[in-house]
Write a protein that binds this ligand. Structure first.
Ligand code: OAD
Length: 253
């Protein structure tokens, strides 16, 4: 632990008027969803992001990209929220104002009971036509082997365009309304939690800095160190599924 310890953070949490929280892949790790950058198990340690998570990759190999996202959708469909997701849903009910910002494309926050979630990087469940933006109703994902397999994306019944996964790819802009709401919350909160993210991907990673400059207490929850450690008011070291329930129990005994 760096700076304040868990009980001091808990006291500040209980007194906070507006808590903003940024989550990353580490929050879903204990649900069995792989992170991106953990050595060995992370998706980007096993798959090439340039070949799967760029508009160019989808233009060149739509079936490979669609099949890989269908595989990820099936992992999420089989997973369940963990104690970290549940603690954040509870926190929303405890503090006067709460803004949950996630980089995750799964729906585990919602399935744990969080009511309002700002998805900065889109959602796996929301495919849309790449030409006319018509939404595809999410069906049951195909059963595919580990890592996926080529699978032609469905075609839009309206214009014949290809459906694409509703996620933000490298080189694409974040959804404007979500980003604006996230930046506003970071600048207005009195306590900012940064949980389970390597804080390597911009602009999401800049939100802690926005909060810090605006005078918020900044708290990181992560079992590993990140480049943000030295700039946080407190670093709580450990898995989110353990630390967050402990923090809530200490704040509201
Ligand atoms: P990363 O894979 O970069 O980082 C995951 C973080 O979670 C690491 O710092 C781990 O130490 C931490 N972690 C692992 N297990 C944990 C646990 N049980 N509890 C808490 N933390 C844990 O994932 P993100 O930071 O989310 O972009 O990655 C950011 C973006 O990069 C993603 O949204 C994705 C990716 O490319 C898009 O999909 C657009």
């Amino acid at each position: 632990m760096r700076g304040m310890d868990l009980s001091e953070v808990a006291a500040r949490l209980r007194a906070a008027r507006h808590v903003a929280c940024l989550t990353g892949a580490g929050v879903s790790a204990e649900s069995g969803i792989p992170t991106f950058r953990d050595p060995q198990t992370g998706l980007w340690a096993r798959f090439d992001p340039q070949a799967l998570a760029t508009p160019q990759a989808f233009a060149a190999e739509p079936a490979w990209v669609w099949g890989w996202y269908e595989w990820r959708r099936s992992l999420v469909a089989r997973a369940a929220p963990n104690p970290a997701h549940r603690a954040l849903a509870l926190l929303e009910a405890r503090v006067p104002r709460f803004t949950l910002i996630t980089q995750n494309v799964d729906d585990l926050h919602e399935r744990a009971g969080s009511r309002r979630v700002l998805h900065l990087h889109g959602r796996l469940a929301e495919s849309h036509c790449e030409q006319c933006a018509r939404r595809l109703e999410p069906g049951t994902p195909a059963t595919l082997p580990e890592g996926g397999a080529p699978l032609e994306p469905p075609r839009c019944p309206g214009c014949g365009g290809r459906y694409r996964p509703g996620v933000v790819w490298f080189g694409e802009a974040l959804p404007q309304a979500e980003w604006q709401a996230a930046a506003d919350a970071a600048g207005a909160c009195d306590l900012f939690l940064c949980i389970g993210t390597s804080s390597l991907v911009q602009p999401a990673a800049s939100l802690s800095e926005v909060a810090s400059r605006a005078g918020a207490l900044t708290v990181q929850v992560n079992p590993a160190s990140t480049g943000l450690d030295a700039r946080m008011s407190a670093v709580l070291r450990g898995p989110a599924g353990q630390i967050l329930p402990q923090l809530l129990a200490a704040a509201w005994p």
